[in-house]
Design a protein around this ligand. Structure first.
Ligand code: HEC
Length: 117
């Protein structure tokens, strides 16, 4: 009885988080709390696994040898991005250009030195 209730809770939570992700995609303004911008990214990105968006490590290795990587990634974060990784879109993120620069550097340093893709 008890465990049955638990799994029902888990199911409700799973449905709820799926909806939260869907709503997030349709309504980027829902992510507007600036203090939780990193949490916002994690709704769609993980380090090593594909979620809604590509893994941060895959981004790091793709742009590792690109001299304009910081600018390109900044642009994508601030203005949104589509068509580079698949069919999902990244809405413009409610972060400042300075935060975008910080994220870009953080992502790019995830690639192992000398790593190519
Ligand atoms: C609603 C989901 C979502 C959120 C929130 C989100 N992303 Fe993304 N992100 C994506 C998707 C989907 C892509 C792939 C877009 C494409 O194919 O062009 C992507 C791509 C990227 C890229 C690669 C862009 C490129 O030009 O190749 C970077 C860097 C990135 N995200 C960083 C972030 C950071 C940092 C945050 C938080 C501030 C964030 N994302 C929040 C879904 C999201």
């Amino acid at each position: 009885m008890k465990s049955k209730m638990k799994s029902k809770k888990a199911f409700v939570f799973a449905v709820f988080s799926t909806w939260a992700a869907v709503l997030g995609l349709l309504n980027p303004a829902a992510h507007a709390a600036p203090s939780s911008s990193e949490e916002t990214c994690r709704a769609c990105h993980a380090l090593d696994t594909v979620k809604v968006g590509p893994p941060f490590r895959a981004i790091a290795s793709r742009y590792h040898d690109d001299a304009d990587a910081v600018d390109k990634l900044k642009q994508s974060m601030l203005q949104g991005s589509s068509g580079k990784w698949g069919t999902a879109q990244m809405p413009p993120n409610p972060i400042t250009p300075a935060e975008a620069t910080r994220f870009a550097h953080w992502i790019l340093q995830l690639a192992a030195p000398g790593q190519r893709n």
